[in-house]
Design a protein around this ligand. Structure first.
Ligand SMILES: [Zn+2]
Length: 345
């Protein structure tokens, strides 16, 4: 029942806000800059992504950027840092673009299009994925779902049995796999041989993530970078001290590895259930100066915390609709990132 209700709510939001000019909504939401984010751009969604979310095609991404360029002034991370730390004004209708998880397609497709169109880009990276060392547990989930569609009935039954023993018993294997959370992620490694999937081979052959050399080249070309946790846990699934470790260490490792003198961070999944002591300790660390939350923040809990919205949340929606939905969510203040996006990215 959840999905239809959410779809209905989104439809109502769209109808209610369609008549207002975007600038009015933006002023009402108090949101400057607007901060759209993506993961990757590809004409064919790759197998480690396909069951999770839709990706924008090259034509869609180009059209998205043309939309933003027609109505907004793209700014880079350093303009935003100066704005937050020294109140240096932003241009009217500022727009800040970023991408998460360090996907290979960012270097091959997204960054060249951004460069060509003059739109600055910031990448939020997971040090554990960099250089294709390890596979994000949700990407493992995706590969297993893809493999399950061609698996034998006995393999599917064996996989379901393992999940059921761990208390995961959804209607079918796909839903059960999607229900595996970060603390249970070892289950995915256990299921891989049963469904004939080899994560190591996938990492070395497909190379889903950027290498350090590729990131260095992008940084030399003006792309800015930050941390996105070490290995992408859903923060409500881990303790406060683990949340802080994941955050500070990811930014520290990105800073050290690429020799950058600033520290920024974007939450993996969203900022659900994040408490004020988290922000207090984080900013006291001196490692992180700016935090981005992929959720419509009604009242940013403190200076240095900014909201942003996901451009891949609805493959069919126009950029204007996605901006409207995000601004309306901020104005209505009723939707957490989990409620808004689901735990999909
Ligand atoms: Zn992410």
């Amino acid at each position: 029942m959840k999905k239809p209700i959410r779809k209905l709510a989104l439809g109502a939001i769209e109808r209610a806000t369609r008549v207002f000019p975007l600038r009015f909504l933006q002023r009402a939401a108090g949101q400057s800059p607007i901060s759209p984010f993506y993961h990757l751009v590809a004409d064919e969604p790759p197998p480690h992504i396909r069951p999770l979310y839709s990706v924008r095609t090259i034509a869609q991404f180009s059209a998205d950027l043309d939309f933003f360029l027609g109505r907004y002034s793209p700014i880079d991370l350093h303009q935003l840092r100066k704005h937050i730390s020294h109140s240096v004004p932003l241009p009217p209708n500022a727009m800040f673009l970023s991408t998460d998880d360090g996907m290979r397609e960012v270097g091959e497709i997204m960054a060249p299009i951004c460069r060509q169109k003059g739109v600055p880009l910031t990448m939020f990276l997971n040090p554990e994925f960099l250089d294709n060392q390890t596979l994000f547990y949700r990407h493992k989930t995706s590969l297993l779902i893809e493999a399950a569609s061609g698996a034998s009935a006995s393999s599917i039954a064996a996989a379901l049995q393992i999940l059921q023993k761990s208390g995961i018993a959804k209607e079918d294997l796909r839903r059960s796999l999607l229900a595996v959370r970060y603390p249970q992620r070892a289950l995915l490694d256990e299921l891989a041989p049963i469904l004939n999937v080899d994560f190591s081979t996938f990492l070395s052959q497909r190379r889903p993530y950027l290498t350090s050399d590729e990131v260095s080249k992008l940084v030399a070309d003006g792309v800015t970078i930050g941390g996105h946790s070490l290995d992408h846990p859903y923060y409500p699934d881990i303790s406060l001290s683990q949340q802080l470790d994941q955050t500070i260490q990811s930014v520290q490792r990105v800073r050290q590895r690429f020799g950058i003198d600033y520290g920024v961070f974007a939450f993996p999944f969203g900022a659900d259930d994040i408490t004020l002591p988290f922000y207090d300790t984080l900013f006291q660390s001196g490692v992180v100066e700016l935090v981005f939350a992929a959720s419509p923040l009604v009242r940013p809990p403190r200076k240095g915390v900014l909201g942003r919205f996901w451009m891949e949340a609805d493959a069919q929606a126009s950029p204007s609709t996605l901006v409207r939905r995000s601004l309306h969510a901020i104005i209505s203040g009723k939707i957490s990132s989990a409620g808004w996006y689901g735990r999909r990215f």
